[in-house]
Structures are given as structure tokens and as C-alpha cells.
Design a protein around this ligand. Structure first.
Ligand code: G3I
Length: 376
């Protein structure tokens, strides 16, 4: 009898200890704790953050995020700038940081029409290479990188931005030389290199019906061909007037119907006017600087701050409502100061697209979204 009681109290004592160890003070609780039973919450790290140049910034990353992705250092033009010459200096540091802190590590991105070195597509005479040569170059690129991080990088943006807004194929050099098969080959090579890694297709403007339907067709066809596609990445480069949250949710549901996970891979919400009639993240587009396009150089107006707050809340409501489909939400940068949106599509603007301000302080919306989930 006494033994049973001792055992019971022993278990009770242990569970209290574990409870105490796992419970954090209010100040210690971050986004990742709030969303721990909802989805992974990640952040894109720039080269300074990967090199851990600022301890406070890295502490913020560790407090709030359980997933990381390199903003730039794994792109083909950086990681293999010259054929056969790989630079893993930054990507190794990113992966080690993620492993040390038991984070979900995402590799971005293996095959993208942008930031790809010219040598990929031309022979010594500067002419387009044959399909066979391009296949071999893609295979070597993907096998070398994915093999290096086999069992360490958890998911890969295998192909980025292959479809246009209207659903047609982007006329990239990959498409010109290999046709749509370049997508199938990229996923095949990645799966050969690491059969355990999750493999994703990633794109922007995924709330547009034409692109939505084309991506559903493409992923469905790939899966029917026995190609492993684990997830579809909706980049989520939002603007104040685009996209409608309803259209974004329709796309989450449509992509989920393929059986793939859906992740919001590059979330930011620009508060600045859009100089183009089109929306999105077509990095090749540029516009000239005009004062009127940079209306908040010293801080957002009260109205803009409130409007942005509401839009973030509306989108996080959708992400949480669709949590059975959405496996990850990744912010495309740590603080407003770090965001690519300060210089795209117009250089030298002051944008406010992320969850932390230029002093790395959480915006009020952080506390609000943390209360939107059932966790503490
Ligand atoms: O590191 C060099 C620096 O040494 C040099 O002095 C400077 C001169 O301009 O360039 C620096 O590299 C820049 C790099 O960002 C790091 O800041 C490149 O010029 C610039 O093109 C690059 O922009 C990145 C862009 O992709 C193109 O690769 C942005 O940071 C990055 O946020 C953006 O991210 C893309 C995703 O990968 C795919 N989805 C769209 C998204 C936005 O375009």
C-alpha cells in the first residue's frame, strides 16, 4: 500500500517538475509557443543574422521562431556561382544554427529562373546548351546541395516561381530548353538526394485564380507521375489592397485538396503604395523613386498602422482556421529594417512589412495573434 502511494506521489512530483520546467514566464513566451499546436512559425535569416553578428537579434529569432530559411545564401547564383565551385560558407552556418537549436530548416531554393548564374544555360560558344546538358547541370546542382544537407535540412523549395499569374508557364531558360519537364526532374533529383526531406513548389500571387488552378493541375499531375511533392508554398508577399483574404483562403483549400501541405513561406505586408498595376513579387520589376511613393519615411500614420494591424489579424485568422492544411507560416525577415521591401520595387523607400519594428520590438499585432490560438 505504502509503495503504491509513494509511486503515485513520485509521479505527481515528477509531473510538477516537468510542468515547471516547460512553463515559461510571460516575457519568455514567444510566437512559437503560442502556435506550438497550430503550425511552425519561421523566419528568413539574412547573412548578418546567419553569421550571428547581433546577439539580441539572434535571441529574438530563438525566442519567437522554430523554423528558419536562408533569405539568399542558398540561391544558385550564390551557392554555385561558377560551375563546379560551391560556396557553402553561409549555408553551413545556417544549418548548424538550426540544428543546434532543433529548428525546422528550409532550403531556399534549388531551381529558380532568377539569381541563377548564366553558365547554367550556355556552352563555351555562349549558345543554349542541349536538354541533356541542362539536365546534368540541374542534377549535379541539386544532388550536391541536397546530399550535403541530407537528414539535416527538413524541407526544400525545389522549384520557385515557374508559373505566371494567368496560369501559363513562365518562359524561363529552364522551360525553353526542357519544357515543363524541368519541374518533374528537379523534384526527382531532390528526392533521389534525400528521400526523407519534404519537397515544395513555391510561388507568389498564389491567390490569383489562374495561377491557383495551374499549380493545382501541375502538382496533381506530378503526384500522378509518382513524383514526391510534399507541399505547396504560398509566398504571401501581401499589400494593403491585394490579395483579398477570401481569395487567399480559397487557394489554401485548393492546394490542400491535392494532398500536399500548404505553407506560407515569405509573409510580409507592405504598407506602401504599389507603383504597378500588377501585384506580387516579380523581382525583375523596378520603378523609379518618387516622394509620393514613399509617404511614411518617419513612421506609419495612425490610420495605416491600424489598417495594417487589421490585415495581419485577418490573414492570421485564415491561417489558424486552415491549420489542418497550413503546416508553417514563415516571415520574410526579422524586422522592418531588414526587409527587401525597403528597396523593391523602388530603391530607398521606408516600408513596415514585418512583425517587428526597426528597433526589433514586437508590434502590437504580435500580442494579438499570439492570443488567437488555444495555447498560452
Ligand atoms: O550581398 C550583396 C552585397 O554584397 C552587394 O553590395 C549588394 C549590391 O546591391 O547586393 C547584395 O546582394 C543582394 C541580396 O539581396 C542581399 O541583400 C542582391 O543584390 C539582391 O538582389 C538580393 O535581393 C533578394 C531577392 O530575393 C533576389 O534574390 C532579397 O534580399 C530577397 O528578399 C528576395 O527574396 C525573394 C525570394 O528569394 C523568392 N520570392 C520572392 C522574394 C522577393 O523577391
Amino acid at each position: 500500500m505504502i509503495k503504491k502511494q509513494l509511486a503515485k506521489y513520485g509521479i505527481l512530483f515528477l509531473s510538477v517538475l516537468i510542468g515547471l520546467a516547460s512553463c515559461k514566464s510571460k516575457e519568455e513566451i514567444g510566437l512559437k509557443d503560442a502556435f506550438k499546436d497550430t503550425f511552425l512559425i519561421g523566419v528568413a535569416m539574412n547573412s548578418d543574422q546567419i553569421q550571428q553578428k547581433n546577439k539580441d537579434v539572434n535571441d529574438l529569432i530563438l525566442k519567437h521562431y522554430n523554423s528558419i530559411v536562408a533569405e539568399n545564401c542558398m540561391k544558385s547564383g550564390i551557392i554555385q556561382p561558377v560551375e563546379g565551385e560551391f560556396d557553402f560558407s553561409l549555408s553551413d552556418q545556417l544549418v548548424c544554427f538550426g540544428e543546434k537549436h532543433k529548428m525546422f530548416i528550409v532550403g531556399h531554393t534549388l531551381i529558380w529562373h532568377s539569381q541563377v548564374p548564366k553558365w547554367f544555360f550556355v556552352d563555351e560558344q555562349g549558345k543554349d546548351v542541349s536538354p541533356e546538358v541542362l539536365k546534368q547541370r540541374m542534377k549535379t546542382h541539386i544532388h550536391t546541395i541536397v546530399n550535403r544537407y541530407k537528414g539535416r535540412v527538413n524541407g526544400w523549395d525545389v522549384v520557385n516561381e515557374a508559373i505566371e499569374d494567368d496560369g501559363s508557364w513562365r518562359n524561363s531558360k529552364f522551360y525553353q530548353i526542357l519544357g515543363e519537364d524541368f519541374v518533374k526532374l528537379a523534384f526527382q533529383y531532390a528526392h533521389e538526394a534525400d528521400p526523407e526531406a519534404e519537397l515544395y513548389y513555391n510561388d507568389y500571387n498564389m491567390a490569383k485564380e489562374g495561377k491557383r488552378d495551374a499549380v493545382v493541375r501541375m502538382v496533381t499531375k506530378l503526384k500522378e507521375q509518382g513524383i514526391t511533392v510534399n507541399g505547396i508554398g504560398m509566398q504571401g508577399h501581401l499589400m494593403m489592397d491585394f490579395p483579398e483574404v477570401e481569395d487567399f483562403e480559397k487557394s489554401i483549400i485548393a492546394f490542400g485538396s491535392t494532398g500536399a501541405k500548404v505553407m506560407i513561406t515569405e509573409l510580409d505586408l507592405s504598407a506602401l503604395p504599389n507603383p504597378f498595376s500588377t501585384e506580387g513579387a516579380e523581382i525583375s520589376l523596378r520603378a523609379d523613386y518618387e516622394e509620393k511613393m514613399n509617404p511614411y519615411p518617419n513612421g506609419l500614420s495612425k490610420e495605416q498602422t491600424e489598417a495594417q494591424y487589421k490585415k495581419f489579424v485577418d490573414f492570421f485568422n485564415v491561417f489558424i482556421r486552415q491549420k489542418d492544411i497550413v503546416s508553417r507560416v514563415t516571415l520574410w525577415g526579422v524586422s522592418d529594417k531588414d526587409s527587401w521591401k525597403n528597396d523593391w520595387p523602388i530603391k530607398g523607400r521606408t516600408d513596415y512589412p514585418l512583425l517587428f519594428d526597426r528597433d526589433y520590438k514586437p508590434k502590437p499585432v504580435v500580442e494579438t495573434i499570439m492570443k488567437m490560438t488555444p495555447n498560452p
